[in-house]
Design a protein around this ligand. Sequence first.
Ligand code: GLN
Ligand code: ZN
Length: 761
Amino acid sequence: MTTSKQFTATILGSPRIGPKRELKRAVEKYWAGNLDRTELESVAAKIRRDTLESLAAAGLDSIPVNTFSFYDQVLDTAVLVGALPPRVAGIADELDRYFAAARGGSYDGIDVSPLEMTKWFDTNYHYIVPEIGPDTTFAVNPAKILAELKEARVLNVPARPVLIGPITFLALSKAVNGPGAPLDRLAELTAVYGELLSLLADEGVDWVQFDEPVLVTDMLDNTAELAERTYDSLASLPKRPALFVATYFGELTDALPALARTPVEAIGVDLVAGNASAVPVVPELADKTVVAGIVDGRNIWRTDLQVALGTLASLLGSCAHLAVSTSCSTLHVPYTLDAEDDIDAALRSWLSFGFEKVTEVVALARGLNEGREAISAEITASNDAIASRKSDPRLDNAQVRSRLSSIIASGATRGPADQRRAAQQEHLDLPVLPTTTIGSYPQTSAIRVARAELRSSQIDAAEYERRMKAEIAAVVELQEDLDIDVLVHGEPERNDMVQYFAEQLEGFFATQNGWVQSYGSRCVRPPVLFGDVARPTPMTVEWAKYAQSLSNRPVKGMLTGPVTILAWSFVRDDQPLAETAGQVALAIRDETVDLEAAGIAILQVDEPALRELLPLRSKDKEEYLKWAVDAFRLATSGVTDSTQIHTHLCYSEFGEVIGAIADLDADVTSIEAARSHMEVLGDLNAVGFGNGVGPGVYDIHSPRVTTTDEVAVSLREALKAVPAERLWVNPDCGLKTRKSEEVTAALRNMVAAAKQVRTSA
Ligand code: GLN
Ligand code: ZN
């Protein structure tokens, strides 16, 4: 990062799945045995080369390498430090071993269960959770870094290897086979990183980036002390490159002075999630490089260059050198706006995707080096965009705003829970231990073909509707055959549980090619929530009505909750999230009212992302949980007491949000519990939860068909915590990723178990 320029430009990392998801396609073909190793490697090498060349051409002074990944950067780090689990050690081939750790499977006759996967901080990216136990023996394995470095050298690119730092790596790992915490091994792992540094110094590497996002959270209780100790030790090595500790997703608080006291050469601060005023108050930064994360790396709004220059100027006296950067890796945003040709000019001018962010960083550094005049064209374009965004009528829908405030003022509450229970029991007349499913049924190839043919105009909307209705009819018939009590329509018409709604709501824009890696080869296309949200017409009513017309049993109406819609979109940054959540909640509320009027007696509002948006700092949690709960209640309180509201939660540890789950006050909550062995029921009891609950009785993430006895055992266990009148019987999540045969067999066993337990309960 040191050049003759006074101010330099860099980014912390970049997308790697390929602008057209080339890596996803190649990796999936390789897994299926339809692509050989050489072809896979060449797709990967091309992605890396194109990335390096485009970043260099854009004018970055220092370019991250070792940021490519076949699956995940935390898993790559486990390989780097020799921390793959012993159960994959017997797999001879290195890449097979890597994929086995990520996804499990059968290799060389060895059956391997995968490592767990969980959310990367408060993003929708999932990393692989390393397992650290007494038999983990750390050792440097630098092959990947050295290879990527060499590729960069060939291209003459100023490369800076990026590593996940030891504190973050261990904090995100899971302890296995013993009582010790992974962080107990910090000194030992730091020594291994030290060896790597000396190796990189031998290679002539001048800078290394250590990513330590855990330092902006409250996950550890001695964050500052760990940071100081670790980077003191690494920076005191006799032979090493210059060290840059990158932090992102929040404010460092006392870890900033702690890091600044160590001899590391550069410290990265997130000025989007954090605040520039934290820098001038740390005198130890005076002789360091501050890497200013001023361009938002994880949202898609264009940077206000004039404001950014002002912020950067406020740091000038406080450090020896300033590097302009994105706030975090641009892994979390799509590659480029160029791939979108269906956006109106105004909206396009407000946006900045991965590549455009690089040009913003470069422009800012140039503005600092050469003066504002040198980038006056860029500043004018940025000012125009900001002004256009501020004055756009789509951001200020007076009708939405006044309806929202009057509904909030009127209370937006439902009757007391016991009164609702009585009204619903009369209305629905369900057996004890009612059986149901979470919403989706297998997304068959017929469904995917129909969607593709509609998109390419091979079929018209009427034919598409006919095919979807056939899918719905088949799913309803299946559920009746299986004797399930509360049916669903199966969600065949939904490409995705957020995008489906975003496409129908005002205030959202659905990209064509805005793919972002979610985990491994899976990519999502988060919609852009840019304006005030309104629901021009009903979104799900026709499908629900059709499904209900086929059966005398209740069919649930399925909706996605406001928090989840926010969590899986790029959200406007010009007003508090709570306000945006209220608008989305109002749109969902409008839909519930229409569904009820159409004769749908049970509505499910899914909130699987409730835990995901939980702030990283304890002090911010309460406020978040309050608005999240308020938004759910606003969405679900427009119906009468006899309409039963369900919600569904999954994908997370619920510990910290368990009180909020109870506060949602849904009549029935289905919750992932198959793998957490029903502990969640005890946790719910502990916070006084007294409504219906359906702890998942089997794990839909596995192809294995759970037996009737296994389900019955789970149900009996659940009955120890919850009385039969409150207990529901359901799988732990939607069934869209499973094969039809698996689903039929598993549900048959689930219903049989419910009947067995009912007679003995
Ligand atoms: N109703 C959705 C489904 O069944 C819920 C998905 C989810 O929990 N993520 O697919
Ligand atoms: Zn789920």
